[in-house]
Design a protein around this ligand. Structure first.
Ligand code: ZN
Ligand code: FE
Length: 259
């Protein structure tokens, strides 16, 4: 779940919490876009100076709704090669229940940014996919992140490779297992041009075969999107062979829950 602090989400944190309660969720977490250390863009991510307010807002919600729902504080941090130390310092400055690591950039290209969509026309889609999957693999191995977010985000605009990517997915599954990271089943892809949950079902089966645990995210950028399509996300997990998912507190898996 995001907050308006990232510059492209709307609705007060309280509305997100209230919608979560209304749809019957028992535990949620905010995970707004952490400050981008390599780029400055108030329409993409929070600024360092906003972090105290971010934590204060969530703490207020956590306390106010404690008897109705558990509210966790997370963050979605970009994997930016070369900025690992800065990212580590930024994440250590506040207590988090979980950190989601995401790849939104290939070099300086924000490949999932609608404003940078035309750049796809100049690219070799197979190469973009291979570069993307390699970055996801590297992000896992940094040890910076607890959960990897939307791990085939590269499909967002419905550009698909002509080459078989099985080797990339196998390599990623092995890296995830080695790094002991958890992956996110993200329902927001259903509402993007790709029209499919992240990650693809055939990928998820490979991750399942490697014993990589899962969490669920709706990647809400508006209150009504909280928990959206979670029934479909659950079915997706079941279809891949999963029987449980995990819950985080203080950057550790504290519970495993039956699907
Ligand atoms: Zn966002
Ligand atoms: Fe993201």
């Amino acid at each position: 779940m995001h907050t308006p602090l990232c510059g492209h989400a709307s609705g007060a944190p309280e509305e997100y919490v209230q919608h979560a309660i209304a749809v019957g969720l028992k535990e949620i977490g905010f995970s707004d876009h952490a400050p981008l250390l390599a780029y400055q863009d108030p329409g993409i991510a929070m600024d360092i100076a906003q972090l105290p307010l971010y934590h204060q807002m969530i703490e207020t919600m956590r306390a106010k709704y404690a008897d109705q729902i558990t509210v966790r504080v997370g963050v979605e941090a970009d994997f930016l090669p070369g900025f690992e130390d800065g990212t580590r310092q930024m994440l250590a400055a506040y207590p988090y229940d979980y950190v989601i690591g995401s790849v939104h950039f290939i070099a300086k290209w924000g490949f999932d940014d609608p404003i940078q969509l035309t750049e796809w026309d100049q690219k070799d889609v197979n190469e973009v996919y291979r570069e993307y999957f390699k970055l996801v693999r590297q992000s896992a191995l940094t040890g910076l992140f607890d959960i990897l977010g939307h791990i085939d985000l590269v499909k967002k605009f419905n550009f698909h490779p002509t080459e078989d990517m099985t080797d990339e997915i196998q390599a990623n599954a092995e890296a995830f297992r080695t790094a002991r990271v958890v992956i996110e089943i993200n329902s927001s892809g259903l509402h993007k041009p790709a029209g499919e949950i992240y990650p693809a079902l055939d990928h998820l089966k490979v991750y399942r075969a490697h014993g990589v645990p899962i969490t669920f995210g709706s990647d809400a950028h508006k209150p009504v999107q909280v928990g959206r399509d979670f029934a479909k996300a659950r079915d997706w997990a079941l279809a891949a062979g999963y029987s449980e998912y995990v819950m985080f507190e203080k950057r550790r898996i504290v519970r495993t829950v039956k699907l």
